[in-house]
Design a protein around this ligand. Structure first.
Ligand code: UDP
Length: 321
């Protein structure tokens, strides 16, 4: 681990999003001053409203595909801005490509200018519909560049490429985390992802919309585990990509049954067509994170899901959904 300034300043792009807001909380708790940038197209100020009045926290509404001007010293830049759920990037294909390409370029430019360390939030989607299972960082992926998910997958692949280019050509200290399915409070109830979709459906007694036959698999990591791993990666000396996720893998069908059980719901399961290019399997190999970062997830799925279910119950009680 390298030395940390006593009162570091961290910039988080996408700071009002699900992950960005949890990362803000984590860094503030460790004495960082945090500047959160977000254009709020998928982020939500409700995720950071508890930080209003905290003089270590600044929120700036800004589209990071435009030039980023910030005065003063910056130690760390966490580049998290992007639509991140399949229906978001289907609805926002150009914005998704722009933030992955132009936004990453601007954020790297800021890092170079400030001599800051830069961490890119990449994704398991760089592996596409993987032909290697579980996925190791050395796997190059199986991505359809022109399919509906291509806008996200290729934007993140470009983002990784330009991040490595800034590292090699300009000597910027860069880190790349490949984030696998992550869940927890502050996910958007209507972002279409399986955790909020099934949880809200189960809590409302509606049928759970399982796509395909539900045989496709995912592996779910609780947000606090993810953020802890990302922080370790930022402080490490590792400029190669690192998977962060929870290797506990299950089918979507099994996941639906788990949610129904944990919500004590009477909901049934309804089968819908499988979206195009939906990866059939996904499970991180986290050997590298274990070895290089001494990191592994600690939150049990049921415990994390119960905390997440409480969050969505709260939204329903408030009449927010
Ligand atoms: N899924 C589902 N029903 C839903 C939403 C998602 O069966 O209402 C499936 C989806 O087809 C995928 C998995 O759940 O196989 C995870 O989907 P999600 O949108 O959460 O993210 P992905 O892992 O595909 O990026």
């Amino acid at each position: 681990m390298s030395s940390i300034p006593q009162y570091p300043t961290s910039v988080i792009t996408g700071g009002a999003g699900f992950l960005g807001s949890h990362l803000s909380d984590y860094l503030l708790a460790r004495g960082h001053r945090v500047i959160a940038l977000d254009n709020l197209i998928t982020g939500n100020v409700a995720n950071i409203e508890h930080l209003a009045g905290n003089d270590q926290f600044t929120f700036i509404k800004h589209d990071v595909t435009e030039y980023i001007y910030l005065p003063g010293e910056i130690d760390y830049i966490f580049h998290f801005a992007s639509p991140a759920s399949p229906i978001d990037y289907l609805e926002l294909p150009i914005q998704t490509l722009k933030v992955g390409a132009l936004g990453t370029h601007k954020a790297l430019g800021l890092a170079r200018d400030k001599g800051a360390r830069f961490l890119l939030a990449s994704t398991s989607e760089v592996y596409g519909d993987p032909l290697e299972h579980p996925q190791r960082e050395t796997y190059w992926g199986n991505v359809n560049p022109i399919g509906p998910r291509g806008v996200y997958d290729e934007a993140k692949r470009f983002a990784e490429a330009i991040t490595m280019a800034y590292h090699r050509a300009h000597g910027v200290a860069t880190r790349i985390v490949r984030i696998f399915n992550t869940y927890g409070p502050r996910m958007r109830p209507n972002d279409g992802r399986v955790v909020p979709a099934f949880t809200v459906q189960a809590l409302k007694g509606e049928p759970l919309t399982v796509f395909g036959e539900g045989r496709q698999t995912r592996s779910f990591c609780y947000v606090s585990d993810l953020v802890a791993g990302i922080y370790r990666l930022m402080l490490s000396d590792c400029s190669e990509p690192v998977n962060i996720g929870n290797p506990r893998e299950m089918s979507v069908r099994e996941f639906a049954e788990t949610i129904i059980r944990l919500c004590a719901s009477a909901s049934t399961i309804e089968f819908h067509p499988l979206p195009e290019d939906d990866p059939q399997v996904r499970q991180p190999n986290i050997d590298k994170a274990r070895q290089v970062l001494d990191w592994a997830p600690t939150m049990a799925l049921e415990e994390g899901l119960l905390a997440t279910i409480e969050y969505f119950k709260g939204l329903i009680a408030k009449g927010a959904i």
